[in-house]
Write a protein that binds this ligand. Structure first.
Ligand code: ZN
Ligand code: ZN
Length: 375
């Protein structure tokens, strides 16, 4: 039993968990309660939460959770439950060659794991994984998707110069075909040209996700005056979705402020975290990235929705984005601390904020853990 929590609207709540599931959501004031039955049972573990916020378990839509790969790898629980994140979505670390190993490590982790499958069978064993079309094996993609339906939520294609090399736009064309064949959406990483950003966006459809939408590189989604480029507005009209994917090189305060000014986003917040940018910044943790959006002027409700209900809906797992009796228990317990904090973007620009989001505990698959990391 988690006692003395509050929802984002400030209303008090206690949450009872039994056998991995939320068994009751209780209004402790006894007012418009959802409660029924006696509150106290023998042998129930009581966790006093001190009036902290609770939301459905945070979801990080873009992480690198395959520790064997360098630089883009990390341990699942280091970037998951230890940071208050109940569900992580590996964003294409593995292709068909090694997705089975990722699935197995997810089975032994406490964090709930989902994955976008890299369309390149070699995944991020190299960082130019789309430079040879021979590594794009549609048959192997189909087999992997059929074998791991609970793990794989989409396909990942990194479409920027250093990844595609001389292949140009061809890998994205193939990704589009594989998306149609598997019925899974694409997550497309954007960055330096070629291909030009307009050409990349032209291939995306409703339900596809652009990650790194606030990157400050040339070839980004905003013009020199900070206005969204027409191809972005067209893509949004078609139902293309925008994900932060902060990472080492893909979040600019200047671009983020332009996006806010023009009402572009906010959809999902994700970290693109791996060992290097966790330990040395500028990412540190999903909470740190969330604090940047509070600083930008988004409300706490908007910031939390971007790692909870919106992410769950995109992943076609609505139960991950709500707090409801009967569902498997995935919750995040956190506070908003009033303190001076230095926030750094990927361009080395620092902003001083006076609030930060601090995870205190997490429930993943019904198991409660206090959070160790404060970043
Ligand atoms: Zn990327
Ligand atoms: Zn990434």
């Amino acid at each position: 039993m988690l006692r003395n929590l509050k929802l984002l609207d400030g209303s008090p709540v206690d949450i009872e968990i039994a056998e991995g599931r939320i068994s009751r959501v209780i209004d402790p004031s006894g007012g418009a309660g959802i409660a029924d039955g006696p509150l106290d049972r023998e042998g129930v573990r009581e966790i006093e939460c001190g009036g902290a916020y609770v939301s459905s378990g945070w979801i990080d839509m873009h992480v690198h959770a395959f520790p064997a790969f360098d630089p883009y790898g990390d341990e699942i629980d280091e970037i998951g439950v230890k940071q208050g994140v109940a569900t992580i979505v590996d964003a294409g670390s593995c292709g068909a060659d090694r997705i089975g190993e990722l699935a197995a490590s997810g089975g032994s982790a406490k964090t709930n794991l989902l994955a976008f499958l890299n369309i390149s069978r070699i995944g991020l064993s190299r960082i130019d994984e789309l430079s040879q079309l021979a590594w794009l094996d549609g048959e192997r993609v189909g087999e992997a998707v059929a074998r791991y339906p609970d793990l794989i939520v989409g396909l990942k294609a990194r479409i920027s110069r250093s990844v595609v090399g001389d292949s140009g736009i061809a890998p994205l064309r193939i990704a589009r075909e594989l998306s149609t064949a598997t019925g899974l959406p694409l997550m497309v990483h954007i960055g330096s040209a070629p291909p030009a950003i307009e050409e990349v966006l032209a291939h995306l459809r409703e339900g596809d996700i652009v990650t790194h939408y606030l990157n400050g590189k040339p070839n980004n989604l905003f013009d020199a005056e900070g206005r969204p480029i027409p191809a972005l507005l067209d893509a949004l009209d078609r139902g293309v979705r925008l994900d932060v994917g902060h990472g080492t090189a893909s979040f600019s305060f200047k671009v983020a402020e332009a996006a806010k000014r023009h009402g572009i986003g906010l959809h999902t917040i994700s970290s693109d975290i791996y060992r290097g940018n966790r330990l040395n910044g500028p990412v540190h943790s999903l909470a740190n990235v969330m604090s940047k959006f509070l600083y930008l002027g988004y409300s706490l409700q908007e910031v939390v929705a971007a790692v909870a209900s919106t992410a769950a809906q995109w992943l076609r797992r609505p139960e991950l984005g709500r707090i409801q009796a009967g569902d498997r228990a995935h919750l995040t317990i956190f506070e908003v601390s009033e303190e001076s904090v230095s926030l750094l973007d990927s361009e080395g620009i620092e902003r001083r904020a006076n609030q930060r989001i601090v995870p205190r505990g997490v429930v993943a698959n019904g198991e409660f853990m206090a959070c160790e990391v404060r970043a």
